[in-house]
Each structure stands twice: as structure tokens, then as C-alpha cells.
Design a protein around this ligand. Structure first.
Ligand code: MCA
Length: 481
């Protein structure tokens, strides 16, 4: 590929400029031609703010058609998109800004829209090479300090083309889009794939089961996290009639249990296609489109991508569990300004170490069995216990704490904190709890433990290490129905 990811997108949707692109509830439908023009205004506006090719721009705004125009404008200008979850607090955003050192920060959606009304369009687009940076997607580490996963124009282009083909996208597809666009899933899996075939996208600001059900009959494809499917089933109306136009339901970002997979199939007649990826390497494996999808597995390495499982003595034979490693044009060049973390995430022969544990069968189908670290995936969002523990431990009455992920009917997994407090903490237990929760104020709300349990002590092994597995077993029922 030459010319950059925008050049590819533009070539692919240029024949469909009259076609509807985003159907936004309560707003006008935006055509591909209108979005193209709006992205030229966004590129012009960014340029007038002093942003040039190669500069980072941090963006924290609600999902909207202008947010998409801004992203496309950035690709057009050759700037590097740094999306942030809208739930992040001031303290979190400050940290990201200090790390990314952006030329501009966009956090005011109204100012963006006003800027686009006044801007002079940049009608062309900057030529970008495959290895030029297109985005930095922040992911936290086990130490709690987030790292910016770098993604190049080549990474975005190759993955979008691969998914578009693997999932058989056609121009008459209609994608139901209820995911946030500050993550790889909603932006680089869902939107990119649809744009490559100039498909129409029903663009919902957030996931709300009733609204999704209302729009579903007009869609042919939906992508979501397992929590979305769980919530749709809970309405009792997610059935074959609601899915009458659907040819593909995709799930990712968190493991889908075999039971949920079966319930969706029983209720709708559609076998969910589960796929597996991560911010550092975009999409890695996918269940096949035209062969049986196996519940509880994440399918085969996508075309052009290699997956291996590394055991204690090298490459593990079929059926044996080990570390999942990946190589291919989807793998980003590493972590922003973190050569140490980048080197740690690679093997000597250049494979990316995902941090997930899994096994391959004889045919190369991957089943994930867990994660090497203690990261929690809650409703498709990653939560790092160390970050929460550090915040809790800063409370003067807290002696120590441990945060673990426990099975949760809606979120799949939810964070629970076990806290050992000073004995004289005293007073009303509810007040104690809200006081403890106050110490988490600088962290986005989705990271806050759904339960804080006061305990007398934490289980430890002979070396003094906290036994999180024991907490997970002992409190397995904490969130169960
Ligand atoms: C919201 N809350 C959560 C979560 N979401 N708590 C834990 N886990 C969550 N995922 C909390 C809020 O802080 C708030 O708490 C309360 O729930 C209600 O917030 P609201 O925004 O109304 O929640 P919601 O609309 O019900 O959202 C739940 C959701 C959403 C629909 C499951 O989280 C979602 O769309 N998740 C998908 C995330 C995603 O796209 N992940 C992809 C990243 P309080 O009341 O205390 O204030 S992973 C990725 O991209 C990789 C590469 C991949 O493979 O896909």
C-alpha cells in the first residue's frame, strides 16, 4: 500500500459518495461525500491550530459524526490520533497529555463543530508510508502506568482489508454500530471495515438495548462485546424476527462464554462469530465466516497473520497450552517512547507476546484459557488491579488491599476490592465505604470496584505473596445472580 490509510479508504468509498454513511438518531444522515468534505474541513481546522503531519492530537469527545470527521481529517493531514475514553478523569487525561505530548487536545465537541463551520478545507491528503504512525491507543500495564500502543497506516490498512474480506462485506451491508469509537473495536474493526465497502452505518451514540432492538431489523451486521449480547437477551425480544436481516453477529473484546453463545443461537438462529485481538496488534484470529463457528474458541489466525503457542520448551504441540504469540502486518511497532516495554513484549525472533494463554488444535484453531497477568476485562473494558490497589492503599485507614475480577452476570467479570483497614476506622460501615470510594475519585468510574469488602487479612503464600486465586475462589459468588 502506498499513500496512507486515508488514500485507501478514499479509493474504496469514492464510488459511493452519494451513498448514506452514518445514520445518526435525531440527526440528518451523512453521506460518504458529505463526510469526505467534512473531513477536509477537519484537516483544515487542525492545520489552522498548528497541527502538522506526524503530530499527535489527543481527542476526548462523545461519539458523533463530527468525531468521525475529526478522525478522518487527522488521517488526511497525516496527524496521529490519540483517542481517550470519555470516562477518563482530569487527572487521567493530564497524564495521557504529558505522555503523548500532543500538538493539540480536542475535548470540547461544541468548539470542534464551530471550528469546522469556519475552517478552510484541505481537499487533498498527505502521502503517508506504511510505517508512518496513524494512532496511539493507550493500554495500561501491570504496573498501572499506561502505555501508548503505536499503530501505523500499514497496520490499519492491512487489518481493515483482511476483515472486510474475511467477513464478506458488501456495499449493501448495513452495520449497526453501538460501540464507543475511542477503542480499536468500535473504530478500527467496525467502522474501518464498513467504510471499505462504503456501507451504511446505523450510528448509535451508546449501547442501549431497546434502541439496538429497534434498529436491528434494518441491519445486516452487528458487532458488540458479550455484555451487549447478554443485555439484548435479557429483554426477551432478541429473537429471529429482530434478526431477520442479520447475516453476521460478531463478538469480541472479552471472552464470550459457550453458554451465552448458545443462548444467542437458540434465541435468534444466528451463530455469533467470535474473534480475538488487542490494541497492540488489532485483530489476530477470527472464527470462520463460512464454516462452523465453535463456541469458546476464537478461531484461526487471519490471512497473512501467524499465531504460535509458546510452551516451556519452545513451540507447544497442538492441544498444549502456552503463551500466545503473533507475527504479521497487523502488529504495531511497539509502545510510544517505551523501548523497554517494547523489547519486553517481543521474542528474540520478533514475535509479539500477547500476554494471553491459549492452545491451538491440529487445524490451528485457537482457544484462550486465561491471561498471564491479573488484568480484569469488565464489559469489554480493561481494568488493571494495580492501579486500583495503589489508589486504595493511599487512604490513611487502609493497611493493604487486593483487587480481583469475579464472574459477573452482566459484565462478564467485575472488579471487587478486598481491603484490610485500621481497626480504629470506626463509625458507620456505609460511611466507611463511601470514604474509601472517595479515594478512587481520580480514576474513571468504570474502574471503580463494584464491591469493596472489608476483610481482616489477605490470604498469602509462604513467601508473603497475596493469593489472588484464593480470593477469586472464596468470593466466586459475590456477583452471581
Ligand atoms: C460502564 N460502567 C462500567 C462499564 N461501563 N463498569 C464496569 N465495566 C464497564 N464496562 C459503569 C459506569 O462507570 C457507571 O458507573 C455505570 O456503569 C453506568 O454507566 P453507563 O455509561 O451508563 O454504562 P453502560 O452504558 O451500561 O455501559 C456498559 C457497556 C459499555 C455498554 C458494556 O461499557 C460498553 O459499550 N463497553 C464496550 C467497550 C468497548 O468497546 N471495548 C473495546 C475495547 P457509576 O454508576 O458507578 O458511575 S477492547 C478492544 O478494542 C480490543 C482491541 C478488542 O479486541 O476489541
Amino acid at each position: 500500500m502506498d499513500g496512507g490509510f486515508f488514500d485507501l479508504l478514499r479509493q474504496r468509498f469514492a464510488s459511493g459518495m452519494e451513498r448514506p454513511m452514518l445514520r445518526v438518531a435525531g440527526g440528518p444522515t451523512v453521506t460518504y461525500g458529505e463526510m469526505d468534505a467534512r473531513s477536509a474541513l477537519a484537516a483544515g481546522w487542525l492545520g489552522s491550530q498548528g497541527v502538522s503531519a506526524g503530530d499527535r492530537v489527543v481527542v476526548q469527545i462523545p461519539k458523533s459524526s463530527d468525531a468521525v470527521a475529526l478522525y478522518l481529517g487527522m488521517l488526511r493531514l497525516g496527524a496521529v490520533y490519540v483517542p481517550l475514553n470519555t470516562a477518563y478523569t482530569e487527572a487521567e487525561v493530564d497524564w495521557f497529555v504529558s505522555d503523548a505530548e500532543p500538538a493539540a487536545v480536542v475535548r470540547d465537541a461544541a468548539a470542534l463543530t464551530a471550528g469546522l463551520e469556519r475552517a478552510k478545507p484541505l481537499t487533498g491528503w498527505a502521502a503517508r508510508r506504511d510505517d508512518d504512525l496513524a494512532a496511539l491507543v493507550y493500554t495500561s500495564g501491570t504496573t498501572g502506568r499506561p502505555k501508548g500502543a503505536m499503530l501505523t497506516h500499514g497496520n490499519l490498512a492491512s487489518n481493515a482489508l483482511t476483515l472486510n474480506e474475511a467477513w464478506a462485506f458488501q456495499p449493501d451491508d448495513v452495520l449497526l454500530h453501538a460501540l464507543p469509537i475511542f477503542h480499536v473495536h468500535g473504530l478500527m474493526v467496525a467502522l474501518h471495515t464498513a467504510m471499505l465497502s462504503a456501507c451504511e452505518v446505523i450510528f448509535l451514540e451508546r449501547f442501549e438495548a431497546a434502541q439496538v432492538l429497534a434498529d436491528l431489523p434494518e441491519a445486516t451486521v452487528m458487532m458488540g462485546v458479550p455484555t451487549h449480547y447478554h443485555r439484548l437477551l435479557a429483554t426477551g425480544r432478541f429473537d429471529a424476527a429482530a434478526c431477520r436481516g442479520i447475516r453476521l453477529l460478531v463478538s469480541g473484546s472479552a471472552p464470550m462464554t459457550a453458554a451465552l453463545h448458545r443462548s444467542v443461537a437458540d434465541s435468534t438462529g444466528c451463530e455469533v462469530l467470535e474473534r480475538y485481538g488487542m490494541s497492540e496488534a488489532l485483530m489476530i484470529t477470527s472464527n470462520p465466516y463460512d464454516e462452523p463457528r465453535v463456541a469458546g474458541t476464537v478461531g484461526f489466525a487471519l490471512p497473512g497473520i501467524e499465531v504460535r503457542v509458546w510452551g516451556e520448551d519452545g513451540c507447544a504441540p497442538a492441544g498444549q497450552a502456552g503463551m500466545v504469540q503473533v507475527r504479521g502486518p497487523n502488529v504495531g511497532p511497539g509502545y510510544w517512547r517505551r523501548p523497554d516495554a517494547t523489547a519486553e513484549s517481543r521474542t528474540e525472533d520478533g514475535w509479539f507476546i500477547t500476554g494471553d494463554v491459549g492452545r491451538l488444535d491440529e487445524r490451528g484453531r485457537l482457544t484462550l484459557e486465561g491471561r498471564a497477568g491479573d488484568m480484569i476485562i469488565s464489559g469489554g473494558l480493561n481494568i488493571y488491579p494495580a492501579e486500583i490497589e495503589q489508589a486504595l492503599d493511599a487512604h490513611p485507614a487502609v493497611v493493604e488491599s487486593a483487587v480481583v475480577g469475579l464472574e459477573h452476570p452482566d459484565l462478564g467479570e467485575a472488579a471487587a476490592a478486598f481491603v484490610v483497614a485500621e481497626h480504629d476506622i470506626g463509625g458507620d460501615p456505609d460511611e466507611q465505604m463511601s470514604d474509601l470510594a472517595g479515594t478512587l475519585a481520580d480514576l474513571a468510574r468504570f474502574k471503580h470496584p463494584k464491591r469493596i469488602v472489608l476483610v481482616d487479612g489477605l490470604p498469602r503464600n509462604a513467601m508473603g505473596k497475596v493469593l489472588k486465586a484464593e480470593l477469586r475462589t472464596r468470593y466466586a459468588d459475590l456477583f452471581r445472580d
